[in-house]
Design a protein around this ligand. Structure first.
Ligand code: CP
Ligand code: NVA
Length: 312
């Protein structure tokens, strides 16, 4: 029996598969830009999109991705499902697997995605958990490739919470693609050790350098990209005051961007202006945050086509 391919972590793909997804995305985006909006390789297939948390970009771009591939998306909020009345996830996974061709989910607890994948007989795609945000990171690698024309040797610097879901996925994706990744974070908010271990294994092959340090000014020297994310992620509301206090020295503002020279600015969005980033930086001409958001659509189509073995 063919192995079901999931994307719970970026590292569920092999590095060569990740590069293949980026190439598919490039081709799909070019065709889209040339006016070919529908490429119906998922005709007759359907994808459940489950949201336990709010979403703007992922919600809209995933639904459109399925539609533009000719498939049928079914958007479900947890509240509208029996899950909210206590139906176990493993039962939900087995039932949905009998209707749809893939299940994508945005959840609070990463373990819930792992459980979904364990009991699902169709691909499970992580649309953000408290541990990773693979679709974001893969899409961001595509954006960097598009802007700089290369990935190997690019210096990507993440400033802020090292345990952030987007940061975790960026570390993995960077290490798989030969991107050098520096994380500048407070000592108490370092990336998870397991993520760093996996990344170091990839880095040994790709030559990528993974560095964790605590001084944002030191971190941005030589940066090609300065990246940040919110200080308080969804589900961390109780920690808000404490995190904002610890992360205050890690704001990406005009002064820090000056230290970074000609670096581009990236943010997965939504942004909290005045916290992790200032208005002048996000609105500056070095900011590529809107392109980042745009590319989610094309990259997610590539991910869906790849995982569902649809030839494009
Ligand atoms: N970046 C991102 O995933 O945005 P949403 O929360 O709006 O989906
Ligand atoms: N780290 C943020 C990302 C939002 C897309 C969060 O989890 O809320």
């Amino acid at each position: 029996m063919k192995r079901v391919r999931h994307l719970v972590s970026v590292s569920d793909l092999e590095p060569f598969e990740l590069r293949q997804v980026l190439r598919i995305a490039r081709m799909l985006k070019a065709r889209y830009m040339a006016g070919e909006r529908i490429i119906p390789v998922l005709r007759g297939r359907s994808v459940a999109l489950i949201f336990e948390k709010p979403s703007t970009r992922t919600r809209v771009s995933m639904e459109l991705a399925v539609v533009q591939l000719g498939g049928h998306p079914i958007v479900l909020t947890k509240k509208a499902m029996q899950l909210s009345r206590g139906e176990p996830l493993k039962d939900t996974a087995r039932v949905l697997s009998r209707y749809v061709d893939a299940i994508a989910a945005r959840v609070y607890r990463h373990e819930d995605l792992v459980e979904l994948a364990r009991y699902s007989s169709v691909p499970v795609i992580n649309m953000l958990s408290d541990y990773e945000h693979p679709l974001q990171a893969i899409s961001d690698m595509f954006t960097i490739w598009e802007i700089l024309g290369r990935l190997r040797g690019v210096n990507l610097v993440f400033i802020g919470d090292g345990r952030d879901n987007v940061a975790h996925s960026l570390i993995l994706a960077a290490s798989m693609l030969g991107v050098n990744m520096t994380v500048a974070c407070p000592p108490e908010l370092k990336p998870d050790e397991r993520i760093l271990e996996v990344a170091e294994r990839y880095a040994a092959d790709t030559g990528s350098r993974i560095t964790v340090l605590h001084d944002p000014v030191e971190a941005v020297k030589g940066a090609d990209i300065v990246y940040t994310d919110v200080w308080v992620s969804m589900g961390e509301e109780a920690l808000a005051e404490e995190k904002k206090r610890i992360l205050r020295p890690y704001q990406v503002n005009g002064k820090l961007m000056k230290e970074a020279g000609k670096a581009y600015f990236m943010h997965c969005l939504p942004a909290h202006r005045g916290e992790e980033v200032t208005d002048d930086v996000i609105e500056s001409e070095r900011s590529i945050v809107w392109l980042q958001a745009e590319n989610r659509l094309h990259v997610q189509k590539a991910v869906l086509a790849y995982l569902l073995n649809a030839r494009v």
